[in-house]
Design a protein. Structure first.
Length: 260
């Protein structure tokens, strides 16, 4: 079983357990505490924008910054030029927690993406009430009918959706949704290896009228320039920043600006 299938199998168990504690019907009645911030608008600028990610660990890297304080990292990212934040909320494989979304939203005014393996209506409602402004849906992880249903639900709730794929085979289906934001992940989720040349190979197959995001494998200013020249609107960067132990400073260096 590859790592993606392991994660999805575990995620199904998590959702079943959580929904026994808080049934979906009760979850739907909760009140959202935060206004929805415009994730897409934050990425539509003249220059390439950075979605800076808070990630404590991963299956490919193990511990990255295991004791990182999400709120402190978020403040540092905002001060050093991030356009938006991505918060990993998977606990078992990535050391995250859903509560991190609220911790981050409380201390910054940037829009926040909940990054997780979202495979159910339950998680979309959970994301909404946690304060997420956008969610990630991975086309490689779920069938298209479910992807479409979750996309529509999140949109109805006022959140943006970043639809991500590693594979060309999903792009026709993705395009049929007229998505506003599409992400290309250069990490193969079956073996967790990255290849940033994939961004060039896939760009011309992406829907024309959408915000285009390059994800994973971005480590240097040269990588950022390469992706910018391909005309992506934004990049999502996490591991290379978090591994330094000073992610805000690393972000400033990537953007070639004086650290705040």
């Amino acid at each position: 079983m590859n790592i993606l299938k392991k994660i999805i199998a575990h995620k199904n168990e998590e959702i079943a357990a959580q929904s026994r504690i808080t049934p979906l019907n009760r979850l739907k009645k909760y009140q959202r505490l935060f206004a929805v911030r415009d994730f897409m608008k934050a990425l539509k600028k003249d220059n390439i924008q950075i979605i800076a990610e808070i990630k404590r660990q991963s299956p490919s890297e193990n511990d990255i910054y295991s004791n990182a304080d999400p709120a402190e990292v978020a403040k540092s990212y905002q001060a050093n030029g991030a356009a938006a934040l991505s918060v990993l909320t998977d606990k078992h494989f990535f050391g995250g927690h859903l509560d991190f979304v609220q911790q981050v939203k409380t201390v910054i005014d940037l829009p926040v993406l909940r990054k997780d393996f979202i495979i159910s209506e339950y998680q979309v409602w959970e994301s909404f009430h946690a304060g997420a402004d956008a969610i990630l849906l991975i086309a490689d992880a779920i069938d298209f009918n479910l992807l479409s249903a979750l996309y529509n639900l999140a949109s109805e709730l006022g959140m943006h959706v970043l639809i991500e794929t590693h594979s060309l085979e999903h792009l026709d289906n993705i395009a049929s949704l007229n998505p506003r934001i599409v992400g290309v992940n250069c990490r193969n989720l079956e073996n967790m290896k990255t290849d940033i040349n994939w961004f060039k190979s896939v760009f011309n197959y992406l829907p024309v009228d959408c915000v285009k995001i390059a994800e994973s494998g971005i480590k240097t200013k040269n990588d950022l320039n390469f992706i910018s020249q391909l005309n992506y609107d934004a990049v999502l960067v996490g591991t290379s920043l978090m591994k330094t132990g000073a992610p805000g400073t690393a972000l400033a260096e990537l953007l070639q600006r004086v650290p705040a």
